[in-house]
Design a protein around this ligand. Sequence first.
Ligand code: FES
Length: 161
Amino acid sequence: MCQCERLGTEEQVKEFYDVLSKYKGNKDNIMVVLQTTQNIFGYIPEKSVKIIAENLEMPESEIYGIISFYSQFTLTPKAKYNIDICLGTACFVLGAQDVLNKILSKLNVRVGEMTQDGKWIVTSCRCLGCCGLAPAMTINGEVYGKLKVEDIDRILDNFAD
Ligand code: FES
């Protein structure tokens, strides 16, 4: 398998190498290269770090140092859909934990874990600022309120692969 296949789609890889060829041999452009890499793949694949290091002629360790210093960069792939469920007081007393348990068992994950297909990640928070809709959650920022356990299948099944 060639390196490109493991990095991302053909289009993503082409775009990535186009950026690298623009900045080849010039480590002063590391920030823009990292930002563009993350825009292309949604995160910075570890494999891309090696390729960036070779092309910009700088040590991989220096690149990892920059990635860990700036919170905008992530080495972890993001799921397509992020469910953020509120476990704050108003939501909790109205059954948020049962809703969360239903989501976790349906997706077969734990809080903070991504499904194997990269489709879902479930996180929890202390208040979404819409306590009147308790129990509430967001999916990619869109609020779903007054949740009941029996709503979950219908809500999640509406999201495309
Ligand atoms: S406590 Fe859940 S939205 Fe505020």
